[in-house]
Structure formats: C-alpha cells, structure tokens
Design a protein around this ligand. Structure first.
Ligand code: SF4
Ligand code: SF4
Length: 307
C-alpha cells in the first residue's frame, strides 16, 4: 500500500460525511420532487437507502463507547499533570459513591481555584464542563493520577489518536486514580465523566468501524492480546488511509453525487442500473481490500508471534 496517510480513518470518515452533507443539503428538493413513475420511486428509494446507510455509518464512527479491551491505555497520564477534569454530575455521583462506602471525598479529588489552570488548558477546554461557582469564586475539580506506572507492554503498544497524532502518554505515566485494574471504577458504577466519554484512539476507531462494516467480528478479537490488537488495528488504520481505498471511495463519491443530480434533473434513463452496478462493484472491491488486510496468514502469524 503506497501513499498511506497518517490521518487515514478520519479522512475516510470525512468523505462519507461529505456525501451525507450533500444529501442533507438537497433533501428538501429530493423529497419534494414528484414521483410519478416507477423509475422515480426506485431512484428515491436508492437515495433514501444511501442516506440511511451514511447516517448510520457516521453514527457508528462517532460512537465514543470503546469496547476494546486494551487495558485502559488512555487512562494513563504523565505524573504531576492535569488529568481528568470532572463535570459536576460526575462529581456528585462520586461523592454519593464514596459516602456510601464510608470513604473520604478529598482523598480522591483535589479542589483548586480556576485561576490555577494553565493558559493552554483554559483555551483548550470548554469551561462549562468543569467550572463551577462556590461562594462567588469559580472553581474546578481535577483528579490526580495516582495509580501505578504504565507497564512496558502497554507503553510499547500505545495507539495513536484517530487523526494519526501521538497520545499524551509518556514512559513514566501513571494510572488515573479511578482506574481499578484495567477497568474504570466509575464506569462500573454508571458514572461517566464527560471528558472521558469523548475519546477514541485510532485502535478503537479502526477496529470498531471495521466490525461495523462487517469485515471483523467479535469472535476474531476476543482473546487477542494487546500487541495483537495493536498490529491488527495498525494494518486497518493504514488501509483506511491507502490510495487503493481512497480511489475506490472517490469514485463512489462522484458517482453518488452524479446520481443525486440526475434524480433532481429528472434524467434517470439507465442511471439506476448504472449506479447499483457501481455500488455493487465498490462493495466487492472494498471487501477484497479488507480481506487482504486481515488475511488468515497474517492473523495466524500474529498468534504465533505473541502467544
Ligand atoms: S475517570 Fe475512568 S475513564 Fe476517566 S481516565 Fe479515569 S479511569 Fe479512565
Ligand atoms: S479508546 Fe483506545 S486506548 Fe482508550 S480504552 Fe479504547 S482502545 Fe484503549
């Protein structure tokens, strides 16, 4: 695969989102165009299917519930740095949780003045997520990372962010105070701090998206060690950014836009069959690319290497 792009997954998703936006933009005209022939009914159905497919795909790509058992890599932070900024509903949940188990809230959460935040962070974070006012003073809660240092296995298998940039984690990073083994003790109690529920790494995105597309199933992932998961996701990440997949997507993209325009012009002669054929060819070429990337020899070699 030549010409891979680091931001492979995000570019791929962006192209699908651009098609969805085009449909959205023209939806009023599409819906109000009279459907007075069986051809126009069929074309309308094709467009609605395209719309639903894209909307579901974008939803799946933006779903930030990570189901990959990586050992909670993204719950590690460089020591002495700001880690998790807690929103007030989560704080209240934690207070209730600690109270019910007779533990001291202040051992878990350090309370600081808002003015103490570094400028960089103040610019980067939406204030309403973590700032509150008490006695006329604006404050925020910050959770200190107090857990054990990240293990070598985890560190050497760190994923990238899904735009291809590096994560914040260093060799000396330690676990978030709320990490219990490999699981978030807050999540286990139904508390999801906003800033933690809005993150997906390249590994989670590429594996979950590929599962959504139907080229990978849970049974293939279950039992995989972190190094195996990382290598499978790296391969997929490269595939999403590859020239082969990009050419395929660009072709489908222009054909889809052309099909919308033909429908709006009322010029459907032979277009439905052409579009359906192109879509079928696209799906079969795409399947081939994913099957090549996840071929059984590659998966077996990973098992041999890391078992
Ligand atoms: S609060 Fe939970 S999800 Fe958030 S960083 Fe800590 S352990 Fe991870
Ligand atoms: S988002 Fe990535 S790093 Fe975080 S838990 Fe999921 S797979 Fe691990």
């Amino acid at each position: 695969m030549e010409g891979e792009k680091e931001a492979g997954v995000s570019e791929w998703v962006e192209l699908q989102a651009a098609r969805l936006r085009y449909l959205d933009l023209n939806m009023h005209r599409i819906a109000s165009k009279p459907r007075n022939t069986s051809e126009s009914y069929t074309a309308f159905d094709v467009l609605m299917n395209m719309y639903m497919r894209l909307a579901k795909l974008i939803d799946a790509a933006q779903n930030t519930s990570c189901t990959i058992r990586c050992g909670a890599l993204c719950c590690h932070f460089p020591p002495n740095e700001i880690t998790v900024q807690m929103d007030l509903p989560s704080i209240s949940g934690i207070e209730r949780l600690l109270k019910s188990s007779g533990r001291d809230f202040k051992n878990y959460i350090a309370e600081r003045r808002f003015k103490g935040l570094p400028d960089k962070l103040m610019r980067a974070l939406p204030r309403e997520l973590f700032v509150f006012e008490r006695d006329g003073v604006e404050k925020f809660y910050e959770v200190r990372a107090t857990g054990p240092e990240i293990s070598s296995e985890k560190f050497y298998n760190l994923p990238l962010r899904w735009d291809g940039t590096r994560l914040w984690i260093t060799r000396r990073s330690v676990a978030c105070a709320f990490l219990d083994g490999d699981r978030c003790s807050l999540y286990l109690k139904g508390i999801r701090p906003i800033c933690c529920s809005d993150f997906m790494c390249s590994m989670a995105v590429s594996l979950q998206l590929t599962k959504y597309l139907g080229y990978l199933d849970e049974s293939q992932l279950s039992g995989m060690s972190l190094p195996e998961l990382k290598r499978v996701s790296d391969r997929l990440f490269l595939l999403y950014g590859s020239e082969e997949l990009k050419d395929l997507e660009m072709e489908l993209h222009s054909k889809s836009i052309a099909f919308v325009d033909s429908y709006l012009r009322g010029d459907l002669d032979g277009r439905i069959e052409d579009f359906n054929r192109s879509y079928g060819e696209y799906l079969s070429c795409r399947r081939k690319l994913f099957e090549e990337a996840l071929n059984p020899d590659f998966l077996a070699s990973l098992r041999r290497l890391f078992s």
